[in-house]
Design a protein around this ligand. Sequence first.
Ligand code: RIB
Ligand code: CA
Length: 314
Amino acid sequence: MTKKIILDCDPGHDDAVAIMLAASSKEIDILGITCVGGNSGLNNTVNNALKVCTLIERTDIKVYSGANKPIHYELFTAEYVHGKTGLDKKGDPIIVDTNYKPQEKHAIDFIVETCKSSTEKIYLCPTGPLTNIALSLKKDPSIKENIKEIVFMGGAAMCLGNTTPSAEFNIYVDPHAANIVLESGIPLTMMGLDVTHQVNVNSKIIKSMNENKNKSSKFFGELMEFYTIFHKELYETEETPLHDPCVIAYLLDPSIFSGKEVNVRVEENSELTRGETVVDWLGVTKRPVNCFVMNEANDEKFFQLLKAKLSLLP
Ligand code: RIB
Ligand code: CA
């Protein structure tokens, strides 16, 4: 059964791989890509989504521009990770055809209208700050009826944050949006740092992907060469977590991951812990379960899947 998805993202090197993984899979029907300010400003994230779809020859995929900042806070970006374009890389630049432009319709209107009109339930797959998703739910709460599941990359259950000691980037950028999603009652699956730090790219993985001998795998390698720089500098290791593709890999093969149904809430205001996902793993608060939080990943199965799927692209 094909899964109909809306991929909401802030490309971003790992978002780009999530787009490639979804687009390569006949099991997934990408109804649209919606972009949000996050890793870089909104213009960059939209342009980067257009670049990725151009490279993989999927300019049939419609790209929508969404929120350029979080609900309450100013936008905090991650150029220190993704470069000034948000998708800096070695190799030739990707030239986007002038006819391939973002849609006129706003991402939030697209999400609402698509959820309301779809004949089957839709998967929302956010891999950036949750602003577009939250504002769509605020605009028309009835869309919940037609959302099968929200599988999101964000948060950290029992590991350190990557933006502050207690917060992961996507949730740090827009903690208010995260709580709107967490309080929605929609089936939620969280791919946090606990699990994404178990699927790490390194030079061996890049070499393996290049055995596909296609331009998409070469593009993967070029992206990862740049993306690993930050991790080498910050974490003194070339092991670089591939956060966002975990969302798509979960849709394709849930057996790659395992976790637990728990309560998750997010700190919105504290100067010290803004964006912390407070994950009640032991159930001590007795707060109702609202999220399936992943904490284990089979990286071998993940990279086997990714290599096989990248080989299906041009
Ligand atoms: O913390 C990692 C997440 O923040 C990833 O989605 C990355 O692309 C950035 O958006
Ligand atoms: Ca992202």
